[in-house]
Design a protein around this ligand. Structure first.
Ligand SMILES: [Fe+2]
Ligand SMILES: [Fe+2]
Length: 266
């Protein structure tokens, strides 16, 4: 492929050739909604770790979309071969982070029921909302995001666009939660609803990006020594907050599920 295309900012390419955005979308590479968007095409495709056959076809289609008149040799692909579904093998420390996402996702799953409950009750249940805020701040942000920001992301170029997008998501999440607190204090149900749902949407996408793309990409770059070192650093961070903290937050989720999952299944 033309090196010019590979090293062009993806956002700029999509703005000029919207078809490229549609093609990337087809391959599950969501650059169109990417909030920063100054990654190069080669980085964007590289981070997704496609199998060579899929990558060659994707690049061919993109080049064709940009230069429809150019004579580009079609990639030699074996049409009988199905694209390989890669099983992700996370390193031990990263696997723990993926497991922490599971607990966070259990809260995200209940948010629509929680906002419905807030809407239909006479007064805002401040204890309930502030309990969720405490989980988000204490577990999702301090306990989990801090390990990403202070430890994991240090193993790759933090200034790179990919990590910057993650930082931006964390920050957007904090802003949503500030708004939720404000809404709770003033009894503004609409504000609580808007920002809890906004947080849910943001974190759902964010976790998916980390589980499927970012974490495997970071893991692929780690040496064996770094895998061990990362695990030690994350374990030390966990030990510094104590075993009680994750247990307490898990109990909070279980109690919340008793109340809200029952309501959903009614
Ligand atoms: Fe994150
Ligand atoms: Fe995360």
């Amino acid at each position: 492929m033309d090196d010019n295309i590979r090293s062009r900012e993806i956002k700029e390419t999509i703005d000029k050739y919207p078809e490229v955005g549609r093609i990337l979308d087809e391959y599950g590479i969501g650059c169109v909604p990417c909030s920063v968007g100054s990654c190069f095409l080669s980085e964007v495709v590289g981070i997704h770790n496609l199998d060579p056959q899929t990558e060659a076809t994707l690049m061919y289609r993109i080049e064709k979309a940009i230069y429809p008149d150019r004579d580009i040799p079609e990639p030699k692909v074996d049409m009988t071969r199905k694209p390989t579904q890669k099983k992700i093998n996370y390193s031990p420390a990263v696997k723990n982070l993926v497991e922490e996402h599971v607990l966070i996702k259990r809260l995200l799953a209940m948010i629509p029921s929680i906002t419905d409950y807030v809407e239909t009750s006479a007064e805002v249940d401040k204890d309930l909302i502030m309990g969720c805020v405490d989980f988000i701040r204490g577990y999702a942000d301090k306990f989990h995001h801090m390990k990403e920001e202070d430890i994991l992301f240090k193993y790759v170029d933090e200034q790179g666009e990919i990590i910057q997008v993650m930082y931006k998501d964390h920050e957007t999440g904090r802003n949503h939660i500030r708004q939720v607190v404000e809404g709770t204090e003033s009894g503004n149900k609409a504000q609580i609803k808007e920002h809890l749902l906004g947080y849910r949407e943001l974190l759902t996408q964010h976790i998916k990006k980390e589980d499927e793309i970012l974490y495997p990409w970071i893991d692929r770059q780690l040496t064996d020594t770094q895998v061990g070192e990362l695990f030690q650093k994350c374990s030390a961070a966990d030990a510094s907050v104590g075993e009680e903290l994750p247990r307490r937050y898990e109990k909070f989720i279980i109690d919340l599920e008793r109340k809200f999952l029952k309501e959903v299944s009614k």
